[in-house]
Design a protein around this ligand. Structure first.
Ligand SMILES: Cc1cc2nc3c(=O)[nH]c(=O)nc-3n(C[C@H](O)[C@H](O)[C@H](O)COP(=O)(O)OP(=O)(O)OC[C@H]3O[C@@H](n4cnc5c(N)ncnc54)[C@H](O)[C@@H]3O)c2cc1C
Length: 425
């Protein structure tokens, strides 16, 4: 029977924290116990700051344990597009930071001994249209020439070396992109945050934040807390407690399915290198083998109607998977789940300060790498460390016009993107 919970949760313990009393004052209060909040907490506590994380749900139920686990630090715009839009120096600064962030996550996992199936397996991106393949040639040249990467353009005749599919017109292979078990990574970060001295309050929403003469007064479900600094790390789950951020981040549902176990022979045919994969569509789909190589995980945009576990319509994504990988046509699904990613007007990940409060998020569906990175950067800023600087700060972080947290415009926007992908507009 298909389960409507993330496949990843099978491998990680349910985190049920013993309730601790909420301290009336703290150096830094953090909203959200995903990768971003935990990463900030680890950095701050290790530098001697007292930290309380407030999490409105149980720990480990939001995007950080629901993702595809593709550790890419992806940016929505291609490097070539950025060169055109921002100039070579700025494009190199953005993509250079993505490379640094990926290395930082890899080094962190290794140094801390976090058991999370972090593997440098590379990623194949299939060209959904012949014109995409042409642009990929230019992108590969730019990545290799200006960033010293080893990206490869893979003609259609060779794509079976990376993915057992005839669906694409060739593609690119990026050996520098990685895969991870997202829930194990989250669990490892959670343990490190606890060990470092962070106090984590589950099921304790922050409802409002007020400025006062000594910092910030947080109204939480379990009382009022005075904090010298605040980090908001709520990403796709941002709510009315932080209206400034809520007007800037649009939650978009992303959905994943996992197949029943398949034979090792079929897995060898589908994913010969056991690497990550995605397509080049505007409504990007992503897929991969499970870390143990037993099944295929496939993700993409979720439909808007009735988004509750158990009721979500997963037929679109299942049909797409079986079109891209027809060898799976008779294989059933073991798990179906979804979660919220956060988009923003600018399309780049965001780190911002407003009224002295630090905000991170808007990773546009690529927060496995960016969550750790920007959580850490926000902490470094509070600690007054120069490492806290980022190429992404100071960029426009505009409010979405006529939007206060209910994305009424999404069905129309997603439909437009679907048409663009279908007809190559
Ligand atoms: C289905 C899916 C697939 C994905 N695949 C990938 C992928 O392959 N690669 C990749 O890089 N990224 C992927 N992502 C995106 C990635 O998972 C997220 O960008 C990342 O986990 C964000 O981490 P975070 O800590 O910022 O936010 P989250 O993990 O979402 O945590 C935010 C937390 O804030 C809490 N919160 C909200 N409001 C309050 C409040 N008022 N008070 C207290 N707590 C509050 C929420 O309850 C939540 O727990 C995917 C996401 C989804 C949903």
């Amino acid at each position: 029977m298909t389960k409507f919970t993330p496949y990843w949760w099978e491998d990680t313990p349910d985190i049920s924290l013993q309730e601790q009393s909420v301290s009336k004052s703290v150096d830094v209060a953090i909203l959200g116990a995903g990768y971003s909040g935990l990463s900030a907490a680890i950095e701050l506590t290790r530098a001697g700051r007292s930290v309380q994380i407030f999490e409105k749900d149980s720990i480990g139920k939001a995007a950080s344990t629901r993702s595809g686990g593709i550790a890419s630090g992806n940016l929505r715009m291609s490097f070539s597009g950025m060169i055109e839009k921002y100039g070579l120096a700025q494009a190199k600064a953005y993509c250079g930071e993505a490379i640094a962030a990926r290395h930082d996550l890899m080094d962190f996992v290794k140094a801390e001994g976090i058991d999370c199936n972090y593997h440098a397996v590379g990623r194949f991106q299939g060209a959904a249209r012949p014109s995409h393949y042409e642009s990929m040639g230019r992108e590969v040249d730019n990545l290799n020439k200006h960033l010293g990467l080893d990206a490869q353009l893979i003609p259609q005749s060779e794509q079976h070396n990376y993915l057992g599919s005839d669906h694409f017109y060739g593609g690119t292979y990026r050996p520098d992109l990685n895969g991870v078990h997202p829930a194990k990574l989250h669990y490892g970060m959670y343990l490190k945050a606890l060990e470092s001295g962070a106090v984590i309050h589950a099921n304790t929403a922050v409802q409002q934040i007020e400025n006062n003469t000594v910092g910030y007064l947080l109204h939480t479900e379990r009382g009022v807390v005075q904090a010298k600094d605040v980090i908001v790390a709520t990403n796709g789950y941002t709510d009315s407690a932080t209206p400034w951020l809520q007007k800037r981040l649009v939650p978009v549902a992303s959905m994943m399915i996992a197949t029943n176990p398949i034979s090792p022979e079929l897995m060898d045919e589908l994913f010969p290198t056991r690497g990550m994969a995605c397509n080049s569509n505007f409504l990007h789909s992503y897929f991969r083998p499970s870390p143990d190589g037993s099944r295929v995980l496939y993700g993409g945009r979720a439909p808007h109607k009735r988004i509750t576990d158990g009721q979500i319509d997963y037929s679109v994504i299942e049909t797409e998977m079986k079109t891209v990988l027809p060898q799976l046509k008779d294989i059933g699904l073991s798990h179906v789940w979804w979660g919220f990613v956060a988009m923003n007007m600018d399309g780049r990940p965001q780190i911002a300060e407003h009224n002295g409060i630090h905000y991170v998020g808007g990773y546009c569906g690529s927060g496995v790498v960016w969550g750790r990175w920007f959580g850490r950067k926000a902490a470094q800023k509070i600690l007054g460390q120069p490492e806290g600087q980022s190429a992404f700060e100071g960029q426009p972080f505009k409010a979405v016009p006529f939007y206060k947290g209910k994305p009424w415009f999404l069905p129309g926007v997603v439909q437009w993107f679907r048409l663009r992908d279908k007809f190559g507009l």
